[in-house]
Design a protein around this ligand. Structure first.
Ligand SMILES: Nc1ncnc2c1ncn2[C@@H]1O[C@H](COP(=O)(O)OP(=O)(O)O)[C@@H](O)[C@H]1O
Ligand SMILES: Cc1ncc(C[n+]2csc(CCOP(=O)(O)OP(=O)(O)O)c2C)c(N)n1
Ligand SMILES: [Mg+2]
Ligand SMILES: [Mg+2]
Ligand SMILES: [Mg+2]
Length: 339
């Protein structure tokens, strides 16, 4: 099988570049830097790094899925600023033995997710690395509007979300327990589906603050609370839940035959225990603390007429911190250094 070592650095770059560019990319890959139009005169810029073993596992996700996720994670940050994504820069590190086809499918995923919002890969960097690392930078255009920051929430506002909560975390939980279904939940871990139109929509509805939920609703609302100097209370009963984690028919059948689950599992859990554990987590907990669906959470002045895709999940008040039904939650979401 052809590896990226066989192709060499520049052979690999030739394989992953040369795609058609959207109009905002005036000069794409091939020179010392790209040239990207900034019609607004200001550039929104964000970067997120994905590390093998930490953000994805090669036995759980295809390269195409990982590409879609790497792009989605960054595009969601641009959209959460109320901006239109224009271009991406892709930093790629991988061992020389990595199949060339793997790198090409990763690129397909990045390019196709970007195409959903009309953005293109304008450039990047390719290096050798002991593990696969993908660092995507995304740029965006504000179209003359002010950025939708985390700091504009005001006491009296409502907090609303658009998109999925707890789906990706449910899928991750299933995979961690050796299960490969329900398929829609595992797919949600592999490939988030941010509702990209939510950015412009929130802006036109008069949102006062917005962000994408990458680390968990409570964790991320904490950023709005902190930067806006307000308190946020979430109403548990209002939070949309992910579907149940009932074991897939295939998983149940395998477990009842005493066969090991099809996916690699950590630890020495028996298939029966794995299947039981995988069904037990509280869906409200997953919805409140699970990241990686890249739903959008925004605050709006009270009385804003919100379309049905937005669900009001809480209120902004004077004070500080995030509570759920008035109580301080024990867990808020993902923290890279606190487990
Ligand atoms: N190493 C770093 N150097 C400079 N800024 C950083 C660094 N890491 C994170 N930031 C900034 O901190 C803020 C929060 O980052 P992060 O939690 O990753 O945001 P998000 O969840 O939207 O991706 C962002 O504005 C980001 O640019
Ligand atoms: C193998 C694996 N283990 C654990 C996770 C869960 N996980 C990894 S990073 C993360 C939070 C989101 O990523 P982050 O790098 O914090 O993105 P950002 O908040 O900067 O957008 C979560 C929930 C995963 N996706 N894959
Ligand atoms: Mg980030
Ligand atoms: Mg992010
Ligand atoms: Mg994070």
């Amino acid at each position: 099988m052809e590896s990226i070592g066989d192709l060499g650095e520049f052979g690999l770059i030739r394989r992953v570049t040369g795609r058609p560019m959207a109009a905002d990319v005036l000069l794409g890959p091939g020179d010392d830097a790209a040239v990207v139009a900034a019609p607004d005169g200001r550039v929104v810029a964000t970067t997120d790094v994905l590390v093998e073993g930490r953000h994805f596992r090669l036995d759980w996700s295809s390269p195409y899925d990982i590409g879609r996720k790497a792009a989605a994670q960054n595009l969601a940050d641009v959209v959460a600023m109320g901006a239109r994504p224009t271009a991406l820069l892709v930093g790629f590190g991988a061992p020389a033995e990595t199949p060339a086809a793997w790198a090409q499918r990763l690129t397909d995923g990045i390019v196709e997710e970007s195409a959903l919002v009309g953005a293109s890969v304008a450039g990047g960097d390719t290096v050798g690395s002991p593990t696969i690392t993908i660092a995507v930078t995304a740029l965006g255009d504000l179209g003359g509007a002010p950025p939708l920051t985390r700091s504009g929430a005001r006491p009296g506002d409502v907090v609303a979300v658009r998109g999925r909560l707890g789906w990706a975390a449910s899928g991750l939980h299933l995979l961690q327990h050796g299960l490969d279904g329900p398929a829609e939940l595992v797919a949600a871990h592999r490939r988030p589906q941010p509702p990209y139109s939510a950015g412009q929509e929130a802006r036109s509805l008069g949102a006062t603050a917005m962000l994408d939920v990458s680390d968990g609703l409570l964790q991320d609302l904490g950023h709005i609370a902190e930067r806006s100097g307000v308190a946020i209370d979430v109403t548990a009963a209002a939070v949309p839940l992910p579907p149940p984690l009932a074991a897939s028919a295939a998983g149940r059948a395998a477990a009842s035959r005493g066969e090991p689950p099809t996916m690699h599992q950590e630890g020495k859990t028996s298939p029966e225990t794995a299947a039981d554990d995988a069904r037990t987590p509280d869906r409200l907990h997953l919805a409140l603390t699970g990241g990686e669906d890249h739903a959008f959470a925004a605050t709006f002045p009270a009385g804003t007429g919100l379309p049905p895709a937005w669900t009001v999940v809480g209120r902004v008040a004077e004070g500080s911190g995030v509570t759920v039904d008035g109580s301080v939650p024990a867990v808020r979401g993902w923290d890279h250094f606190r487990g």
